[in-house]
Ligand binder design. Structure first.
Ligand code: GLA
Length: 742
């Protein structure tokens, strides 16, 4: 059992292969977090807690003469509000009598094999893993509330996931003002935190700061997890880098408004709390009802940021994403968006499909514009019926044609949206989120459907199912192109409006779940103006997400690198687009664009009819190369191999197969210089004693060649690095494949 309880010391031990998590119950039932870190052999870490009177930190009534004991200074497992802890709270309530105090104490626990799932929400699947669960029940007898903290221990994967269930047994309705998923107090460390900020078309850029005594709040109140702040944070030692050092990762599996709060308290303890953003949140809990929070994924390693990323990559790939697509080769797709935008008809699309086939593409995806009166972005959203003006022969004929060429066919939807100029809105204006008596804020001239209404979810399920059943469709691109505002639902009374934004997310999840059940073989690719909803919640339903609307390879290096801290390459939608690029105007060679897109799901997004014969041959070679290295890229370990200083000049990354038999080293020179310094890149993850040779090279520079008769030990490549010959040209790149000989 990876979960144990020692009755005598009242300590819970949760052990994974390399880590240990401890919770201690004190004499009066306070639930204290005593340790999370490297395995310590189940030594009771309660000794880390020092009972020091700090003044102005009050004491529980039972300890009124023992001033060193305060919920304000002791590390808490699930912090509350109103009962003397002045740091960030995990949960906050308003009781029927107006009291806002909650004082949770240990009530009991249950340790079981296997897991129970948070209803209606995504979670880390058990799959073939051995999972043990601790359900720790806390209660406040006066308030009549019970909180169950559920911890799932994925022993072999070095992952612990947790969520909370809050139950009202007070006899009256109460309001939850905040209900976080996880709270963790880390003692004795001077920590940095890394979070992933951004904007549309420039998502998930890492920012590292020192945890100070102020409250750092990384949050979204946009209705989605957002381009702007991803629900993932890393806490690490000051000296932690890719290769060495302690780090903790905290990831929320949630696609709506979230908040990660971090604070260093007066005693030096660092608290991190993650969960639904409480700013718009207020949930009325009737007597007998439960509220279930989203699940958070926790990981710790002392082996640097690469290892932390690996732990998240593995759990997301194997236990979060739908299992149907886990070990299946996904097709190299071509999407028509940047090739045509809204301007297409059957003839044009058929021409694109035919040219794409010649270039070796394996799936065609018809993007926005095939439905309703969708000739631009001012009309049609909500009307999921084929636009016969543009596609006279319908989707069925296009899908059949694609199928006859041995390719798959995919289709774009933006289910949660509606245009005012649509039949759906004319029929059901009340289905759009909007405040009474007020004109709503518009985004891309569209409104957002009220996904908290079952009838809306039913309508979407029916209309999407009809299209999906009508033709041979293998893939859905599921878009979401604006932030929420005017989050008011006519369905709910005044005192339940604070529930709408979370109910919205639950509605989306239920629609995804229903469609997945009905069409298990159809793969969903998530999207929200690129990567505005790139989170582990969406990944539960779709194994890949369009990483960014920015398809420009040099910008993509930063976006994909930032994304890679938390998410595996197999989830990052990445395409080769036209040059000059439509977002930045930059010109980048076709091979460099492909090498960058290969650090993702790989595909094309352009008009292939414009390819010259030479380009078509090059694309075929690129697709062959990607397919040859598919397992290595999609299932191997991914390493970031350049740091901020290197990246003024070049970016490098690599893949190493789990058995260390092969590796792929990639380099893009981003700032070309005459008479350049030699680029040495220290690889990672190889077998130090193995002898590697180069057996395949692709490059944008036609004079780049394969070093013949060159043998490198893994240790040499990792300690001294690979020494690159100079490249030449605009944004040149090279990809080198190593194979182990002995
Ligand atoms: C979003 C997506 C794009 C494309 C357009 C279509 O911006 O991210 O890839 O699908 O919508 O309107």
């Amino acid at each position: 059992m990876s979960v144990k309880f020692d009755e005598k010391s009242r300590v819970f031990f949760m052990e994974t292969q390399n880590t240990e998590y401890q919770i201690k119950i004190n004499e009066i039932g306070m639930v204290l977090h005593t340790y999370y870190g490297k395995s310590v052999g189940c030594c009771d870490m309660g000794y880390l807690i020092k009972e020091i009177d700090r003044g102005f930190s009050g004491n529980p009534y039972e300890y009124r003469n023992k001033r060193g004991i305060s919920s304000d200074t002791l590390p808490q497992e699930y912090s509350t509000d109103g009962a003397g802890d002045y740091r960030i709270s995990a949960v906050s309530v308003s009781l029927a009598n107006g009291s806002r105090t909650l004082d949770l104490r240990y009530k009991g626990h249950e340790i079981t094999t296997g897991r129970t799932n948070p209803e209606g929400l995504p979670y880390v699947r058990e799959q073939e893993d051995k999972v043990d669960t601790l359900r720790l029940v806390l209660e406040d007898k006066v308030a009549g509330l019970e909180v169950t903290l559920s911890y799932q221990v994925f022993e072999a994967k070095d992952i612990i996931s947790r969520f909370a269930v809050i139950k009202n047994g007070s006899g009256e309705a109460v309001f939850l003002n905040k209900a976080a998923s996880a709270c963790m107090d880390i003692t004795g460390r001077d920590l940095d935190f890394i979070h992933f900020h951004g904007r549309h078309a420039m998502e998930r850029l890492p920012e590292r700061s020192r945890v100070g005594h102020e409250i750092h709040r990384i949050a979204s109140k946009r209705g989605t997890s957002s381009h702007h702040n991803n629900p993932f944070v890393i806490l690490c030692d000051k000296n932690t880098d890719e290769w060495h050092g302690d780090s903790y990762g905290v990831m929320l599996m949630y696609s709506g408004e979230h908040a990660e709060e971090i604070e260093r308290d007066q005693a030096g303890t660092v608290r991190v709390v993650t969960g639904i953003n409480d700013e718009h949140f207020c949930w009325k809990l009737e007597d007998g009802e439960e509220f279930v929070t989203p699940e958070a994924i926790l990981a710790y390693t002392d082996k640097g940021l690469s290892e932390l990323s690996f732990l998240f990559h593995r759990i997301i790939r194997d236990n979060v994403c739908p299992k149907e697509f886990r070990n299946v080769k996904r097709p190299v797709l071509i999407n028509n968006w940047e090739g045509t935008y809204f301007d297409f008809d059957d003839e044009k699309i058929t021409g694109i499909i035919d040219s794409a086939k010649e270039a070796g593409c394996e799936m065609f995806v018809l993007d926005d514009g095939w439905f309703g009166k969708r000739d631009d972005d001012h009309a049609g959203l909500g009307d999921w019926v084929v636009n016969r003006q543009k596609l006279k022969n319908g989707i069925e004929q296009l899908a059949d044609h694609t199928d006859s060429l041995g390719m798959k066919f995919g289709l774009w939807f933006e289910p949660e949206m509606v245009n005012e100029d649509s039949d759906l809105f004319r029929k059901h204006p009340e289905w759009a989120l909007s405040d009474p008596d007020r004109k709503p804020v518009m985004g891309r001239d569209q409104l957002v459907l009220d996904m908290s209404r079952n009838e809306v979810v039913d309508y979407l399920y029916e209309s999407m199912s009809e299209i999906l059943k009508s033709a041979k469709i293998s893939y859905i691109k599921w878009d979401f192109n604006r932030s929420l505002s005017n989050v008011f639902s006519g369905k709910y009374p005044v005192d339940r409006q604070g529930e709408v934004s979370h109910r919205f997310v639950l509605g989306t999840y239920s629609l995804m779940e229903r469609l997945r059940e009905a069409f298990p073989d159809i793969m969903i690719e998530g999207c929200s103006g690129g990567g505005g909803r790139f989170d582990a919640g969406i990944l539960f339903y779709s194994p890949q997400i369009w990483c960014s609307d920015n398809t420009e390879a040099i910008n993509r290096l930063r976006i994909q690198k930032g994304t890679s801290y938390g998410y595996p390459v197999s989830t990052m939608g990445s395409h080769v687009s036209a040059s000059p690029n439509h977002q930045t105007g930059r010109e980048v060679p076709l091979m460099t664009r492909a090498i960058v897109a290969m650090a993702g799901t790989f595909g094309y997004e352009l008009d292939p009819r414009q390819f010259s014969d030479e380009e078509k041959a090059m694309v075929r070679e690129q697709i062959d190369t990607f397919n040859r290295h598919y397992d290595l890229i999609q299932r191997g370990r991914y390493y970031r191999l350049s740091d901020d200083e290197d990246e003024k000049y070049y970016t490098s990354w690599g893949f190493v197969s789990e058995d260390k038999e092969e590796a792929l080293l990639n380099l893009v020179v981003t700032d070309m210089r005459a008479n350049p310094e030699i680029i040495y890149v220290r690889m990672n993850g190889l077998d130090p004693a193995g002898i590697y040779v180069v057996d395949d090279v692709i490059s944008s520079y036609d004079k780049a060649s394969k070093p013949e008769n060159a043998f490198f030990s893994g240790a040499a490549l990792m300690n001294a690095g690979y020494a690159f010959d100079p490249l030449f040209g605009s944004y040149p790149s090279i990809q080198i494949h190593f194979r182990k000989t002995v």
